[in-house]
Each structure stands twice: as structure tokens, then as C-alpha cells.
Design a protein around this ligand. Sequence first.
Ligand SMILES: *Cc1c(COP(=O)(O)O)cnc(C)c1O
Length: 416
Amino acid sequence: MADTRLFSHSPVFSMAQSADLPGDQSAIVALESAHTSGVYPKRPLVIVRGQGARVWDATGREYIDCVAGQGAANLGHAHPAIVAAISRQAATLISCPEIFYNDQRAQLLGRLAAVAPTGPQETRVFLCNSGAEANEAALKFARLSTGRPGVVAAVRSFHGRTFGALSATGNKEYRQPFEPLVPGFSHVPYNDIAALEAAVGDDTAAVILEVVQGEGGVHPGTVEYLGRTQELCRARGACFILDEVQTGYGRTGKLFACQHYGLQPDLMTIAKSMAGGLPMGACLIGPAVQGIKPLTHGSTFGGNPLACAAALATLDLMTQRGAAGETLPERAARLGEYLLGRLRRLESPLIREVRGLGLMVGVDLRVKVTPILQKLQEMGVLALPAGATVLRLLPPLVIAPDDLDRVVEAVARAVG
Ligand SMILES: *Cc1c(COP(=O)(O)O)cnc(C)c1O
């Protein structure tokens, strides 16, 4: 129960907020609170508008957005090229299931295959609508391809909340209330190759890993670990699945994080920022994966032309060179190094460690993160937790360096 109402248990914070709320903002909070499912830890903040790396609440107050749609807004908010692509396609064709062909989808599949770490010429793509769905597809395809049931995943991993993806997720709190889960899943410590060697056997269909564990506390995989995992999968006939739902689309300083490591996974999942913020996911399927036949999987909304048009515009923006001659992933690499450097120089007894890759940054604290998040919000900076004690910063890749400085100063004051 600890985090189910993230900010609501601080009386000071709640009182300060409710005193500030004008009529319509509290009406929105009341209406949403009365009917929302209850599965989300809610912050008493009504976000109504965004532009670039900034968002505004219903009172007109501005925030620097290091939540970025939990990683779905790598391009920032209201990017004009995304707005134009969505508007154009919405007026042309929104619905078109994959039993038919479509111009936007065909172009996207070609473009995705061309950049896919799974093998540019031979990659196929299953399109869907979220990260969990992309992982469901990868797990099913791995079982189809190998005829084996087993899946080895990592402790502290996060792969989504549907039954297959949840079975792979290495967080007991998320899993236990829903047991029995899908049989055949086991969990081993991350960055521990000996544990993986002991766990992968003749009945293993797949090993599924994040390149940088996100939700689990921002833990980058080591070069040796991820490389040896790929070799082990090849040697033992298991599919190597990388979950790049959070690390993909420039977040870590390359289009895909596995490109820092020179990896070629058999299956790779993407979602979050792939369609400029619209819901979309995909499972990239390398040439070694076999046995995918009609009706073995599917999705009503998968590959819809609206999401495909947004995803095409996103890929354009991710590969174009901007004014400084750099691509957005290159910008993320440069700004990420700057942000990590500044955070590592902060001297606070509350900071245990600063970790990250590109603009995926975690500040591991010696205290609970929730009050720090509250303080940051009061100073106009929105950020995420990654577990109980890690502050996670996922700024849009378009963020201005001045805004990053303001974020660092706010963090310094919050832990000072
Ligand atoms: C967010 C996330 C998911 C789940 O994506 P949804 O779109 O919420 O289903 C899966 N894997 C990773 C690594 C994620 O960060």
C-alpha cells in the first residue's frame, strides 16, 4: 500500500495544494477521483497543456517536465511535425486493420526494418498499441519459434502488467496478488552472468532483459553481461529478447540503447515514444525467429494508419540533424553526460549514487523519494520515482540546457 497515493499522505502538501486550487481545478480532481479505477498513485495536479519540455497546470503554473509521459514524450509536447502528421492522417484514414494493406503502414514497416538492430534486411514487425502488448507478442513468438516453454527474466525488471508481461516482471509486489501467473518463468539477478548460465537450459524459449532497467531503479547493463547473454542464448537455442520500451527512441543517446553495446537481439520490443506520444508498440522480429503463421497473434488497433503516420514522423525527427548538426539521440547523449556530471558533483549526504545512460537518469537516495518528488514539484519540476528510493529523470530530448540547469538546482535544494 505504501505508494498507492503517492502524494496524498503528506498533510502539509495536500493542504497547501488544496488551498491554492481554484474552483475548476478542484472540480476536476474531485470528478476524476470519484470515478478513476484506483490503480494509479495520483498527484493533486491537473495538467492541461504542454509545449516542448514544459507543461502547465489548470491554474497556469508552469513546470519543467522530467516525467515526459513516463517516457512517451521524448520529442517533447505538441511537436509541430507530430501535430501535422496526426492531423493530416486523422482527416484521411484512422481505421484499417492489418488484413488490408495501407500506405502509411507499408512505409513505417520499411523504415523500422531499416533501423532495426534485429537485422536490417530480414526484420519483420508486429505492430500493437503498448509496451506490455509488445512483450506479450515477443514471448508468444519465442515459444512458437523454439517449441519450448521457459522464460528467464531478471530480478527488478519491468515488462508490463498483462499476464505474460507481468510473469516476466521481476517485482514481487506487482506479481503476487495475481498468482498463479503464466508457468515457466524464472528470475535471476541482473548483471550476473553465472546466475543466467545456471538458469538457461534445454527448455528455455527466451531470455528477456532491459538494456537499462528503468522502473527497477535505473541500472544499466554491463557490456560483458549483455554480450555474454546474447552468446549464451545463441549457444543454447533460446531467443534473446531485449525490452527497449523505455530505452528506445533516443532516450539513452542512441536510437536504441543496444546500439551502445553492438547487440543483435532475436526479438526487440519498443513502445512509449515510438509514435510521438500516441499509443503504439511494436515487436521487431529477427530472421532466426520462425513459425509465425496467420492467426497465431493479432490486434484490432495494431498498425492503424493514424499511429503509423505519427511513428513515421517520429522516425524522421529522430534521424534528422538539427541546427547544431546533431541528431536528437546525439543531443540526448551530450545533454545526458552534462546532467549526470552535474548531478554527480552535488554534495549531499542523501545521495548514494547517480546512475544513467543518456537522458535516462537515476539518483539513488538514502531516503524515500516521495517527499523529494513533492519538493521538486513545489519548485516547478516534475519527476518520477524508480522504486522507493530512486529519483528518475526522463526529460524530453528537446529540453533546453537552461532547463536542465534549473532541474539540477531544484534537485540540489530538494536534497540539501
Ligand atoms: C513502460 C514499460 C513497459 C510497459 O509499457 P506499457 O505501454 O505501459 O504497457 C514495458 N517495459 C518497459 C521497460 C517499460 O518501461
